[in-house]
Structures are given as C-alpha cells and as structure tokens.
Design a protein around this ligand. Sequence first.
Ligand SMILES: [Fe+2]
Ligand SMILES: [Fe+2]
Length: 278
Amino acid sequence: MRLLLCGDVVGRNGRDVVVEHVPRLRRELALDLVVVNGENAAHGFGITDKICAELYGCGVDVITTGNHVWDRREIIAYIDGDPRLLRPINFPPGTPGRGFGIFRLADGRAVLVVNAMARLFMDAIDDPFAALDRLLTEHPLGAVAAAIVDFHGEATSEKTSMGHFCDGRASMVVGTHSHVPTADYRILEKGTAYMTDVGMCGNYDSVIGMRKENSVQRFVRKMPGDRLEVADGPATLCAVVVETDDASGLARAIAPVRIGGKLAPHWPDFARLMPAAT
Ligand SMILES: [Fe+2]
Ligand SMILES: [Fe+2]
C-alpha cells in the first residue's frame, strides 16, 4: 500500500499547491490513501467546512489537525458530522470530533489514521503515549492493513520518542506542526516509517508560512506587532510517501516529496528508495 501525508497546509497558496498536485501524485505514485494536515488552511488559522470540501475534491481522503483546530469556531459545529476530519485524540473526553478513523479503500483494505498532539511547549492535554498505546492495542496491524500516526508537536525529542514507542505497531509515525521538514526520514528497527516533521504546504519565503516582516518584528521588539498574515507567493508542497507491506502492515520504504516554491525539489523514486531494515 502507498500512503501520502502532506504537512500543515498554510492559507490559500498552501491549498492551491495541494489542489494542483495531489491528483498527479495519486496517479503517478499509485497512492492508496492521502492524508493532509489542515490546521492552518484557513488564512493560517484553523479550517472551515468549505476548505474540507475543497481538499476532499482534489483527492484528499483524511484531514488531520492540531493546536489550531478550533481557530475557526464554525468548525466546532461541523466536525461531529465529518468522520474524515480528525482532531487530536488526546483532547479531553467530551471534546467534539474524533481523534482517529478507520478508512476502507475501494478494495476493502482498512487503514487506521490517528491524530495525536504532543505536550512539550504545547497546550497541557492528556497523555498522547497512553492514548496511542490504547488505540494500537485495540486496532493492531493485522486487524487493519496499515496504521498512520500524525503526531503534532514542537519538540523533536518527544516526536522521536513517539516514533520508537509505536515502532512495530504502526506503519508510519510522522510529525507535523513545526512547518519545517526534517532529513531524518527512515524505517525504525521494528518496521515503522518515521520522520520527525514533514514540513508544510506553504510559502517558505516567510516565517513558518507567515509574512516574514511581521514575524521577525515580534522577536526584534518586545511587542506583539502587526497581526500575522499568510505570506503571499508560491508554496512548496511538503509530504512524505510510505510504501507498506500488506501482510505485515509495516513499512518497506519512505521518501519525502517536495514540489514548487523555495525548497529544493524532491520526487520519490521507488526503485531507489531506502530499503527496509532486514
Ligand atoms: Fe501548523
Ligand atoms: Fe500546530
């Protein structure tokens, strides 16, 4: 199975690059499931029902989020009615929406997708490790053909720990939230594909997708400064593609995808992908 996860979509130009390239990625990489983190899709803050429809329309199957999930309040009333839109699983009991879903492909294979949020330098929420442990015990590989974890967090140590914690129990654990792609994509010892952060779908001539002038001034002066606005200009699509083995549900290969904008392009070549550890 081939699975694609696109990093945080930031604003209109982030959405545009996803809508432009996901159909081709689906075709040329023979993707079975596409997950996109949409927490910054609405002008950098939150997501709306219209934006969900726009993403589904281009071939996105599941939308994950993170700390910005509720920035557009109208999504609170919408989320319970859309099982494909996830919020972090370790939000307190009673929070609207779902933290995971089991999605059936046309051929009947089931894929577990879960969204969890880290705690270091983030809001105080329930333990993401305990939440993942419970969920992966309830829906182990074998019962599902593949399991995708979007772990939304700031600290590389916490995200790497989650990778090892889920090693052998998930097909892939990929970090989001920092908006900066890391070079540590690899297959862990027991077969889980891992990348600390997949990066964003947004304009890199910016500070994590927002206009650089406003963002820089926040650090230069001890003042809140102007409102943060999404940086205009061409976006880079940052994603990661994982190929899994259907029998075990574990990863056979992982590679980054980078298209457009300011970052060096990278197109995965499956013939030359990093082989799974033997
Ligand atoms: Fe984000
Ligand atoms: Fe975030």
